[in-house]
Design a protein around this ligand. Sequence first.
Ligand code: SAH
Ligand code: SF4
Ligand code: F3S
Length: 468
Amino acid sequence: MTSSVPVSRPDSTSDRSLKGLHVITWGCQMNVYDSARMTDVLRPLGFVPVDRPEDADMVILNTCHIRDRAAEKVFSELGRLRKVREARAKDGRGTVLAVAGCVAQAEGAEILARAPYVDIVLGPQTYHRLPEMVARAARAGQAVIDTDFPAEQKFDFLPETQAAQTPGNLTAFLTIQEGCDKFCSFCVVPYTRGAETSRPVASVMAEARRMVRSGVREITLLGQNVNAYHGLDDAGEAATLASLMHDLSAIPGLERIRYTTSHPRDVDDALIAAHGDLPAVMPFLHLPVQSGSDRILKAMNRGHTADEYRSVVARLREKRPDLALSSDFIVGHPGETEEDFEATMQLIRDIGFAQAFSFKYSSRPGTPAAGAPMQVPEEIKDRRLQALQALLREQQDAFNADLVGRTVPVLFTGTGRKPGQIVGRSPYLQPVHVDGSVELIGHTVDVRITQRNSNSLGGVLVQERACA
Ligand code: SAH
Ligand code: SF4
Ligand code: F3S
């Protein structure tokens, strides 16, 4: 995913103290959240978001390390940004160039060696120190690198959230947990994001209340292992994701709660019950499984079997029969045989997914699987990925087709491309287009789905709720 966090263009003619900030974001939602927070941290220094690097006095490239060629992609983007900087320099304008995120954390020194023109390299745990880094880089005239895992929680040092909830933003991400202690064989996250930590309940609640006050109606709680959340409450007791969602549900005006990404191993009874008890918790869950073969799940160090995954899903569906699932799959993990792959296909058939992400295994330096024997040839990975994706596509199409004729609540978030059209989100995160008044934006209204397009749905407004 590539996105910037544009809000407005600084009007440099009216306020010359304002500086442009352009943030490029790759990777997961946590990076999207972090980019918004970096924007907030720099705001007191006079930085305001701009859409184009050409207009930016500072550019931050927020990177992802999850699959191969991550570093190459960073260097090629840096090459492009260097040219932008040179062009600006000809007009006497300086540009601070910062690399943030998981590639910065994992390969900070290499970045400075190969791209010495970079001014700042910072990891995901140190961006609360950005103002200090900007000042240091300016003073020293040389690169600053900060990829510590500091003892202090960065959340305690961040200014109040702004960028994720500018006027008109009805949906927002809220990071409640970071890091990972699971050490799956294939994954870099425990090394780039550090150990599992959770934000205290009061800090999460305060941020959620602020978001809702500014108009947010749907919050997605974020964490690399969000259901391993164990933030402390005011009494000093460890909360759970379930108890936190109970607290959040009591905030008037917060209509929808989602969370991602969860780990099957950390789905406890209270969380399953919350799906039945809390109407605000949306009936759509991203629950990565990676493989349907017990042998491969073990090699991956996932800590559960395929049947344990089936059982978690069955218990969730018992509490919330309309629950739809999404997942992540990896094909071609070292040692994966045709039989293992078939077990994954069988699990997919058994569960039925509304949506999914699937990847060819990609060897990541420093992870246990990288040196494992029986690496799977590229052609086999390609073939398996195609077969898997065809099955998942079929299931997604069937899920969408099944919605046609049904009525679902839609949170309207903006205008559509066609005049008179408004667009919103179904409980299953599909965009839904209807003909309707802009006054409905910000409200949740029942919509009867009348058609499905490749990536969205169309429908008509219904006056009365057809179903609860
Ligand atoms: N914490 C989440 C996943 C975070 S990474 C979880 O445990 O499920 C997002 C997804 O990227 C993973 O679920 C996995 O499917 C994929 N992924 C991670 N490392 C990978 C690798 N080395 N090769 C291919 N896919 C990978
Ligand atoms: Fe990576 Fe596994 Fe941790 Fe998810 S649980 S972030 S896949 S190590
Ligand atoms: Fe990528 Fe880091 Fe997220 S590696 S997926 S940006 S945690």
